[in-house]
Design a protein around this ligand. Sequence first.
Ligand code: GLN
Length: 300
Amino acid sequence: MTRDLLQNKAGGQTIRAALAYGRSRLAGSGSRSSVLDARVLLGHVTGLTREELIVEEGRELSQAEWQRFDALVERRLAHEPVAYLVGEKEFFGLSFKVTSDTLIPRPDTETLIEVALGFCRELTHPPRILDLGTGSGAILLALLHACPEASGVGIDRSALALDVARQNARDLGLTERAHFVQGNWAAGLDGPFDVIVTNPPYINTADMTDLMPDVVRFEPAGALDGGPDGLDPLRLIAPDAVRLLSSPGLFCAEIGLGQAQAAKAVLKQEGFQAVKCVPDLNNIPRCVTAEPPISGKMEA
Ligand code: GLN
C-alpha cells in the first residue's frame, strides 16, 4: 500500500485509478458517501463535469492535479465537509459559494423556500423580503431568483458571512435586488416587509456535542447553537418580526425536530395569528409560519 501510495503521489494516474483510490480511502474511514465525495473532489480538481469524468476516465492526471486531489481526500478523511473543500453547494437548483463562516445550505431548508415562494406568488405587488441570519444568502437569493419582481434584505452579524452572501448575489446577477446588512437580527431595522424568513440556530446547546463531526468541527457553532431549548434566537426575533411584517404578510422560520409546539407558542405569545407548521419531505415539522396580528380595528 505504501509503495502504491508513493507511486500514486508521483502522478501519472488515470482518472479511473484516482477515483478508485479516493473511494477506497474514504470508504475505509466509514464514509457512506465515498463514491460521490471522490467524484466531486476529483471534478473540482480537474474542472471536469461528472459526465466528463466518465468519458475521460483513461486520461492521466498531472502531478499537481494528483497532489491536490490527494490533499482534499486527506482533509475529507478528517471530516471536513465536501462543500467547504470545493467552496460551493447546490441549493434549490442554484450553486452557492460557502466558506467555514457560513452554514452549508441543506435540502431541509427547501421547505421554507417553497412556503415563502407560494406566498410571494399570491401577492399583487412586488414582494419585499427580509432574511434574518442570512449566512451565505442562500434563502434570500433563492427566493429572489425564483421571484423576479421581489427585492430583499439579508442580515447577518458576521461580516465574513456577508462577504460570501454578496459574492453569491453577484454570481447570480441579483445585486440590484439583494441588500446585505450587518446587524443583530432585526434590531433597529425599518420595515415593512411582506415576507420575513429565517433559518436561525436551533440546536439545543446540550445536543451540540452529538452532532456529526463534519458539522460540529467545521460549521460555525454560532449558526447552530440555539441555547438551552434551541429556541432562544426565535424568541429574540419574534418581537421585531411582528413590528416589521406587513399585513398581509408571512413570517417563516425553520425549526428542528420536536420544536413545533414550543415554537408555535413563542409566536402566538408575540401576537402572531394563523400560526402553523409545515412538514418537510420526511414529514417532520420543519417550518413554522405565522401571519401578522389582526390590526387594532374593532367592530362596532
Ligand atoms: N439543520 C441543521 C443541522 O441539523 C441545523 C440548522 C440550524 O440550526 N439552523 O445540522
